[in-house]
Design a protein around this ligand. Structure first.
Ligand code: CAA
Length: 260
C-alpha cells in the first residue's frame, strides 16, 4: 500500500512505522491518521509481522499533536469527525493482535501523547518531552487523553497535567508510569529494536492473547476478566506453540515458536 505521510519498513518480523511530516514535527492531520489506520490493518493481516515499532521521522518529534492548522477553522461537526477518526485509529492499535512499541524520539504532545498511550510499551529518549498541552489552545484532548491518561497515571496526576498543560521530561514520565524505560537519545532505536526482537521470538499467539487479556480485562470486573483468562488459557493448549514450548523445556533446548 502507498502512504502519503508515513513510511513502513519490515525486517525479520518487525515492522517500523515512521510518521513522516518532520516539517510540522509529525503533527497528525486527517491524511496521516488515515494512513496510520490503514497501516495497522495491513500489518495486522501480514502473518510475517510479529511486532510493530512506532516512531517519528527526524530527531525532534515523535508527534507534536494533532495538526493545529487543520483544526483551527473546524466546526463542531468537523471536530466530532476528527475526534472519531483519531479514536478509531487508536482503537485499531489497541485491538491489533500485534504488540506496538512506541519509540519516543522527541516531542510527544497532545495527539502524540495519546498515540503513545494506545501503544503497549513505550521507550523514551532522554530528551523527549511528553504532555497534553491542549488546554493552552482552549480545548482538551480529543483522542482519548482524558481517559487513557488517568487510567495509566492515576486521576490526580492526570488532572494536574491536563489542567496545566505542563509538558514533562522523559524521567518524570518514567516516574509516573507513562513510559517503560528512558535511554540516551543515541541508544533509542537500538534499544527498541532489541526489545522488539526479544518479543518477536515469542509465541505470537500468546503475545496477542496477553495483549487482548490485559486490554479487555482493564475495562471489565475482575471475575469476568479472570473467566476470560481461563478461556484463553485453555485455548492456548490447542496450539503448536504450547506443545513446542513445553517440549523444548523438557528437552532442555530453546523453543522455536511458529505462531500456530
Ligand atoms: N500542528 C501543526 N503544526 C505544528 C504542530 C502541530 N501540533 N506542532 C508544530 N507544528 C509546526 C509549527 O507550526 C512550525 O511550522 P512553521 O515552521 O511552518 O512555523 C513547525 O512545526 C516547527 O515548530 P516550532 O517552530 O513551533 O518548533 P519549536 O521547536 O519552536 O517548538 C513545540 C516545538 C514546543 C513542540 C511547538 O511546536 C508546539 O508547541 N507545538 C504544538 C504542540 C501542541 O499544542 N500539541 C497539541 C495539539 S492539539 C491536539 O493534539 C488535540 C487532540 O488531542 C486531538
Amino acid at each position: 500500500m502507498v502512504f502519503k505521510n508515513i513510511k513502513i519498513e519490515k525486517k525479520e518480523g518487525i515492522a517500523t512505522i515512521k510518521i513522516n511530516r518532520p516539517q510540522v514535527l509529525n503533527a497528525l492531520n486527517k491524511d496521516t491518521i488515515t494512513d496510520l489506520s490503514k497501516a495497522v490493518e495491513e500489518l495486522d493481516a501480514d502473518k510475517n509481522i510479529k511486532v510493530v515499532i512506532l516512531t517519528g521521522e527526524g530527531d525532534k518529534a515523535f508527534i507534536a499533536g494533532a495538526d493545529i492548522k487543520q483544526m483551527a477553522d473546524m466546526t463542531p461537526l468537523d471536530a466530532k469527525e476528527f475526534s472519531e477518526l483519531g479514536h478509531n485509529m487508536l482503537k485499531k492499535i489497541e485491538n491489533s493482535r500485534l504488540p506496538f512499541i512506541a519509540a519516543i524520539n522527541g516531542y510527544a504532545l497532545g495527539g502524540g501523547c495519546e498515540v503513545l498511550m494506545a501503544c503497549d510499551i513505550c521507550i523514551a529518549a532522554k530528551s523527549a518531552k511528553i504532555g497534553q498541552p491542549e488546554i493552552n489552545l482552549g480545548i482538551h484532548p480529543g483522542f482519548g487523553g482524558t481517559q487513557r491518561l488517568p487510567r495509566l497515571v492515576g486521576r490526580m496526576k492526570a488532572k494536574e497535567l491536563l489542567f496545566t498543560g505542563r509538558n514533562i521530561d522523559a524521567d518524570e514520565a518514567f516516574q509516573i508510569g507513562l513510559v517503560n524505560m528512558v535511554v540516551e537519545d543515541d541508544k533509542l532505536i537500538e534499544t527498541v529494536q532489541k526489545l522488539a526482537g526479544q518479543i518477536a521470538s515469542k509465541s505470537t499467539v500468546q503475545t496477542s492473547f496477553i495483549k487482548s487479556l490485559v486490554n479487555k480485562g482493564a475495562d471489565i470486573d475482575l471475575n469476568s476478566a479472570n473467566s476470560l483468562e481461563i478461556s484463553y488459557f485453555s485455548s492456548g493448549f490447542s496450539t503448536n506453540d504450547q506443545k513446542e514450548g513445553m517440549k523444548a523445556f523438557l528437552e532442555k533446548r530453546k523453543p522455536e515458536f511458529k505462531g500456530k
